[in-house]
Design a protein. Structure first.
Length: 109
């Protein structure tokens, strides 16, 4: 009934199980040198972004870049949220609805 024999299916399943076991056995902890390298890499990337977007260093010390955010949360930067203005997403949704209504009105005549 099936073109593939049971023995070949068993071999495939056993191979998949072996691969899973091999991948979990090979986990090693990274050294401090590697973690330092990755941290410095993210610091440089975020520092380059802040310089290109804002034109200045966002933080005083480089280590602060590795903590996460490089954007501002002040009221000026969050102007729309602070004053209850619609987001771009909402404006696009409204324009789609208007276009659909207009198309419906044109097609109904």
């Amino acid at each position: 009934m099936y073109p593939v024999g049971i023995s070949s299916l068993d071999r495939c399943l056993q191979g998949a199980n072996n691969i899973k076991e091999d991948s979990s056995v090979g986990k090693e902890q990274r050294g401090a040198e590697y973690r330092r390298y990755v941290r410095n890499k993210t610091i440089l990337r975020k520092k380059r972004l802040s310089n290109s977007v804002y034109g200045l260093d966002w933080y005083k010390h480089d280590g602060q870049y590795s903590k996460g955010k490089i954007h501002c949360g002040c009221g000026l930067c969050k102007f729309g949220r602070r004053y209850g203005l619609p987001a771009i997403r909402d404006m696009r949704e409204n324009s789609r609805e208007m276009m659909l209504r207009r198309d419906f009105e044109i097609s109904s005549f």
